[in-house]
Design a protein around this ligand. Structure first.
Ligand code: SAM
Length: 330
């Protein structure tokens, strides 16, 4: 089992399968021209499977595949097949912008994935273009319906940004009423050098719940364990879906953090808010060190996993860490 210096048990690994993304969301990549990693510096799928096996042996239960955009990496479906073969009891989930998911949901389900998180920050096509630089909202909406028709569990993640999408709360509430999805608002986080985050853009979870509560009757869903994740969810009277908020800034959940992150170039990050990274790739590629060394690095790194929120509180610049979200994986 993996336990950190504060006694927090790690049961969840977020693995970024690529740093490439077909969207250019201003809040995620900070509108920067990014140099993508050279292919040889990205972990191969076989190396990622080896990592997943090591994590599973350490009682990690949940693996979230993220990016960049996971579906933008070639042969991503084949990778899902490899994972299923090698780690059949790992709960594999995907976070995606869903623009490349269309036509693949049945295969994804067949390969053992039951839950998909879809990032969609607006229901307005023009605003989608402004946020992402692409004209692809219709693809995302179609992919959501495709997943729901296959009874996949869909969570829709909306980055909550005042002055950007706060006027769309009624439309998102309607979406959660009409479809069996969890629509979850995530507070905009100050991640990445040149982030456009600022106080004025902050739209807090509390404000969101209060405003939505004026539109529909919300009932908090009781939480049974911390493994259920950081979202606070509400059922909607007469609605098919649920509404949720994730509040990393206004009401952080660092005390119960159970996750580790590995970037596509094989760097272990123990805290989203810290740029401290531990290089796993050399050990994974070394002919004699291999997985034993990887596990050793993980255990050592965990001893100093930060509490998290103290980094936010101490920050002197706009951003809490330099690496942009699209290269960390969210
Ligand atoms: N391309 C995939 C997607 O769009 O879901 C996976 C990668 S993306 C980096 C993962 C998640 O991070 C998305 O839900 C995105 O909205 C979220 N995200 C990116 N930057 C963020 C920020 N500054 N604050 C809060 N969430 C952010």
């Amino acid at each position: 089992m993996l336990v950190d210096g504060y006694g927090r048990e790690v049961s969840y690994l977020r693995l970024s399968v690529t740093d490439r993304c077909n969207l250019n969301c201003f809040y995620c990549r900070s509108g920067q021209e990014l140099d993508y990693l050279a292919h040889e510096n990205i972990l191969s799928y076989e190396e990622m499977v080896a990592l997943a096996r090591a994590a599973r042996a350490l009682r990690v239960e949940k693996l979230r595949l993220t990016g960049g955009e996971p579906f933008a990496r070639r042969d991503f479906l084949a990778f899902l097949g490899l994972l299923r073969e090698n780690c059949p009891d790992l709960d594999v989930r995907i976070t995606t912008n869903a623009t490349l998911l269309g036509g693949k949901a049945a295969a994804v389900k067949h390969l053992g994935v039951r839950r998909i998180n879809i990032s969609m920050d607006t229901l307005d096509p023009a605003r989608f273009r402004e946020i992402t630089g692409r004209d692809m909202l219709d693809r995302v909406l179609a992919a959501i319906d495709e997943c729901l028709a296959l009874h996949l569990r869909v969570k829709i993640n909306v980055v909550a940004m005042k002055g950007v999408n706060d006027s769309e709360l009624p439309a998102f509430v309607r979406l959660a009423c009409d479809k069996p999805v969890d629509v979850r608002f995530i507070e905009f986080m100050p991640i990445g050098a040149a982030t456009r985050w600022n106080d004025a853009a902050t739209w807090t979870a509390r404000e969101i719940v209060a405003r939505a509560g004026e539109m529909v009757r919300l009932t908090p869903v009781e939480r049974h364990s911390r493994a259920e994740g950081p979202a606070r969810l509400y059922t909607i009277a007469g609605g098919r879906g649920r509404l949720g908020v994730i509040s990393p800034l206004s009401d952080h959940f660092c005390k119960s953090c159970n996750r580790l992150r590995v970037t596509s170039d094989g760097r272990l990050r123990t805290c989203l808010f810290s740029d401290k990274e531990y290089r796993l790739r050399p050990a994974l590629r070394h002919p004699h060190l291999g997985l034993e060394r990887v596990v050793d690095i993980m255990r050592r790194a965990l001893r100093t996993k930060p509490l998290g929120h103290e980094l936010l509180e101490m920050r002197r610049r706009a951003q809490v860490c330099d690496r942009v979200m699209s290269s960390i994986g969210g």
